[in-house]
Structures are given as structure tokens and as C-alpha cells.
Design a binder for this molecule. Structure first.
Ligand SMILES: [Zn+2]
Length: 75
């Protein structure tokens, strides 16, 4: 059994520009049996924040395990 450890991370950046609230991003580092497998570190900025939500992280974990995740929805 592989222990999968997800270290959730968040990052915020401040901004001095009027009307701008800065940036906020979330991400994670994922370890399989203490070995870093996925580095999805967030990077916050006013524009182009690098952000991974939980669904993205879990999808990539499945990918790292050799599974392809296909999601669909029915209206
Ligand atoms: Zn800004």
C-alpha cells in the first residue's frame, strides 16, 4: 500500500496598487511514501496566479498512478 500524503498550500501576495487586492492561490505537494511526486506549488500574483484546486490535484494524483480521469456531466 502506498501512503499518499497531500500537503495543501496557499499563497497570498499583497499589492500596493489602488483597487487591487493582490493575489491568492492554492496548491499542493503530493508525496507517495514520503517521496515528492507532484509539486503543484501555488504562486500568487495580481494576474496569472498559478492555482490548483482540489479537483485538479486529485486528478493529477490519479494520473501519477497511471489512470486517466474523464469527467462528464449531464444536464
Ligand atoms: Zn495588483
Amino acid at each position: 500500500m502506498t501512503e499518499i500524503r497531500i500537503e495543501w498550500m496557499s499563497e497570498a501576495s499583497d499589492c500596493d496598487q489602488a483597487g487591487c487586492s493582490g493575489g491568492y492561490a492554492e496548491g499542493a505537494k503530493v508525496y507517495f511514501d514520503e517521496k515528492l511526486v507532484l509539486d503543484l506549488s501555488p504562486s500568487a500574483s495580481c494576474f496569472d496566479s498559478v492555482d490548483y484546486d482540489k479537483d485538479e490535484v486529485f486528478g493529477r494524483i490519479l494520473g501519477a498512478l497511471g489512470h486517466i480521469l474523464v469527467e462528464c456531466s449531464y444536464d
